[in-house]
Design a protein around this ligand. Sequence first.
Ligand SMILES: [Mg+2]
Length: 361
Amino acid sequence: MPEFLITADNRRIIHVDLDAFYAQIEMRDHPELRNLPLIISRDPTESNGRGVVATANYAARNLGVHSAMSAAEAKRLAPDAFFMRPDFQKYKMISQQIHHIFHQYTDKIEPIAFDEAYLDLTDSVLTGATLAAKIRHQILKETQLTSSIGVSYNKLLAKLASEFNKPNGVTVITKDNALDFLARLPIASFRGVGKKTQEKFAVLGVENGAQLRMIPQETLRAQFGKMGEHLFWQARGVHFGEVQWHRQRQSVGKEETFDQFVQTRDEVNLEFKKLAVGIVKIMKNKKLVGRTLNIKIRDSEFNTITRSVTQSVPFKLEAGSIVSVAQTIFDENMNTDFSIRLLGISLSNLQSSGFEEMTLF
Ligand SMILES: [Mg+2]
């Protein structure tokens, strides 16, 4: 590699990709479907052969079914498969739940799809591998869904890494092993290489990254235009694209630590009320509303419980309704006998309340 390319790219980027997201959610919610080929799409026999596969579980994929395939074709390949209509509203909610987890690690998040995002974790003190393990574990714990994560120093390698060990895996690509990893990668795995490009490469006798790397830049440009240029850099693991995120306020919250532990339900309710009144005031001042309500409870033993409720419409900025959700969550998660050190409430998934105000006046 020319020396000028060996720049100090010390970023820590991860690419998170939930495994067969929609299908996995439906398997989670319908355990009786777990061992069947499951195709998320309208059943072609009920829709005059129309419909497109949104995704399929791995049992169906093993039969050749893949996303974007016509449902009729999928039915031919997997006649015994169960077809289920997608519930995008549900998938979106779960996606938000997962983003809430991401935000505990960084706000530098670039969403690619409901089930896919890049995170820039350069600022974290933890290693990429540790972060990947923690995030995967937390997603599994809170949603019962598995994900694959790629860790590297740029987006290109992070993405290739997450695809490498799918489903339910982690791959870390470091500067030391990047060129090796790319050399072994089949040509079809490089970004932007479709069927046609693959056929062209087959004619040139190029089957993997090592062979791709031997082709001069001019030749690639002449044969494949702009894509050829991209491939030249991909083969060398060079990619300077940044994680595209938008700086925004992520949550408005308040918490209170008690010198004397709170031990009655009435006291808890009173403390929730104080917190909620404070939050409502801040939210109104900042002209914000939020769709996710987060509750934090820490007991005298330092056990911490955090729970969230996400609605499709923002929570009413009314202390009373916030308190009643908080209290319900508290009651569901605590025994009657408790000793509380800290309570917290926050609202996230914020949006401007400006629109509603405009329509009012
Ligand atoms: Mg996915």
